[in-house]
Every structure is written in structure tokens, then in C-alpha cells.
Design a protein around this ligand. Sequence first.
Ligand code: ZN
Length: 498
Amino acid sequence: MNERLYVAGEFYGIQKYVLGITAAGGGQAKRLRARSFVVQALEQIVVEELRALGSSELIMAGGGQFVLALENSQAAQPRLLEFRRELQERLFKELGGELSFNLGWSDSIEQARHARELERRRPWAEYMTGPNGWAHERMRLGNIYPPCDICGKRRETVTWSSDGPPESVCERCNSDRSIGTQIPHVQGVELAEHDSDIQLLGRGLRFRHASSGAAVGDGGRALHRYVPVQDDRKTLLTFEEIAAKAEGDELLGILKADVDSFGRLIAKHTKEGTLDALERVSKDLDGFFSITLQRAISENAEWKYIYTVFSGGDDLLLVGPWSVMLDFAATVESMFSSGPGRQYGLSLSAAVSFMPPRIPIRHGVHRAETDLKQAKGGSKNHCATLGGVWDWEDFRRILGKGRQLVKWWTCGVKKALLRRLYHIAASAEPGAQLWAWELGRNFPPRNSPHDELRLFREWGDRVLANWEAGTMNETRAALLYALTATRMIRSKDERRGR
Ligand SMILES: [Zn+2]
């Protein structure tokens, strides 16, 4: 018998679960936050319970996934089978099948991960089958009428009316709500037999508060995920309020990013048996997403409106004012490439999609996901946004050009001209003649006394001179940036009235 048994586990469907709330608008930010927290706490409970099965070593954890090594014994496999069955049962009862848990084990990491993947194809198998085949009584959801206003999956039992229009919700969503009110103060969480703050999977959890002074990391794991708050430092900003902080159009930017080819790196290390190296790289990556970036967000005023949906393991999902998210995407990439990227020879791909704040953000996330696939489709190490897929250097140049155009607009360049230029650049066959016509008729003269306007004219001339050089896509993206960023200043009252 092999000395070590590798156990690979994952919560599957996290994004769908976290974003799977029916409410848009006002309460959305708060509810997402609670669910995101629940997922992190679940990962912690499961890892701790598994480690209690015997002497163990945690090889990688983060982002709802983990791999650990258990001491092998006759009893180990039956115990794991029982653990999996029992955990699926608790999870199903608690979350009604919205989030599944897969666990596989074997005497190599690769095989354990493969076994976990096979589990994915038969979700809830342990729980739904009994000694006599399918346990039909477990497949029925029972009477859920009248359904919960938030999840629609369980029966409503409680009505709230304290913050907004009354809502009737189920017990689980009610508990999420109480989690939501204790955040954003929570820094971490630990399992607690007594004096627990909340119950999850039948286990008591105690919050660690920022003020308690206890360093996160001794026992509990850091669960702090930055979210923007009002000046009272208690109330979460809504997504509408976050979008209103954007330059120009009040749109949200959804930033999704992940490490390129991380799966291949795991496979390489497991094949070569370099587990220490794997442990180090996955810990450093998780540290980058869950600690380094979170610190950068919470300690810099320019990022204070960024809302963390999740950030850990090897990826992140953030929401913020669209203009801020474009800048932050570039910042994440430079921090990554000068940090773990350089150390381990890894690159990062990202997508930023824009959306209005009044619809459920899962729509914007879906777009960002599709775009991210595009960014990874070719050579990876790219960013998909503003209507194209760019390598990082091009992306930074576009942002610079876009900001420059905004500056020229503040110096008197008409928005109508920017719009016409955008249409020329965006047409299937952009016409040099049309651009030349605009240059002759509507651009400031080459000898304009105003420095900025002269620079604008020089830019227009340069675009025409480089017409054949394939820079039109960048010009189009920069103009799109400028059009989105230039909005007539409206009074606050007008803003409220909309
Ligand atoms: Zn509910």
C-alpha cells in the first residue's frame, strides 16, 4: 500500500451559486457578498474536517479547490467514502443542490484530480443513491410554496422590511443576510464549538473581526475580501452607487482574470513528483490573489470602489466603475508579471466587460467569461475589452490614447467629432477619405495657438499617415474609451431623478 493517499476536492458551480440570486439593483451587492463568504467558509470547514481524518499535509487550497495528502491506511478509503456521502448530504440540505462538492482520491495527485473530475459527471451520486438504488424521496424538493424571493429554491419563512421593500425569504437566505450585516468587518473565520456567530453545514463558525487584533493565519484563514462601503464604514455601496463613481457613463466594469496554463503546471509537477514546488507555487498564487491584490485595493484610494466577488486560488472576479476596472486590469497584470509571474514563468489573461448596474451582474460576468476565453484562445497573456483582444502593451497604449482624447475633449474638441471618427474607424472598411475630410473640415488647424488642440490635430494626421499600418483597431478602441468617458456633467438631482 502506498504511504500517502492524495485527496482532491472542489466546490463546483461556485460562480453560478454566488451570482445565482434573483435580485438585481439595491440588494445585489450585499447578497453576493454573503454568498461569496459562504463559499470561502465552506472550503475552510471541509479542509479542516478532512485533515481531522488523520495525519495530513495540505498541498494546495484556494478558490474552492484543494489537494491534500493523507496518511494511507486500511481505514482511509472507507472513511473518505463516508465523509463524501455525509458531506454531500449536509450540503444538499443546506443549499438545496445549488453548489456541489466533488471529492476524488488516489495514490497520485494526477489520478486524484482525475477521480474528482469523474465525480463532476455524477453530482450528488453518493447522496442520491442508497442500498436499493436511487433514493427518490431525496430528489423531490418538497413543498417550496410560497418560494423565497431571493433564491426561489426554498420555502419562505421570514419577511424582512427593514431595508427596502418587504421581501419574504427562506431560512438560508435569512442567514446570509445576517452574514451580510456583519460584513465588511469580518477579517476571517474559524470553526467554533461554542459562541458561534453563524451555523454552516451544522458547524459553528466564529467571525474574526478587524478590531479583535488577532492575526489572521493562526488557525483561521484570511477571508477578508474588500468591498466598498459608505462613509459610515458600515453600509455596503450598491452597484448603482459604484457605477456612479465611473468617469462618464455610469457603467460597471466586470474584471475577470486568471493565470494562463496553470493546469499544465500542476500536471508537470505531479508527473515529475516535485510536490514541494507545486505546494509553493499554488500557495504563492493564492497569496497573490487573496492577500497581495486585496491589500492593494484596500490601501489605495484610487481602487476604493472595487468590489471583490472572489479573488483566490488562481483567479479573480471583481466589479467596479468601468474606467477604474480598466486601469486596475493593467495594474493587476504588472503586479503579477513582476511578482509570481516572473518567479514561475507564468502569464495572466483578463477580460473587462461593461454593463449597466441595474441588471443582475451575472449577465456582465457571462460576457467577460466569453471574452476571457477569446483572450486565452490565441497566444494567451492578453486582455479582452473595448471591442478587441489586446496584448498588454497594446492595451496600455489604448488606455493612454483614450485618456488623451478625453483631455482634448475637455479642451474643446466636440464629442460629435469624436463620434464621427469612431464610426469611421469602426466601419467594415474604414475610409481614409472620410478621415481626411474630417481633418480638413473639423479638426483644429495645424497652427492652432492652443497646445492641446494642436496635439489633437497632429494625432489626427498621424492616424491618416499610418492608415495602412493596421493600427485602426487601436484607434477605434481608444475612441470608444473616449466616447464612454465623456458625458455631460449632470447635477446630482438629475442623477437621482433618473
Ligand atoms: Zn432563499
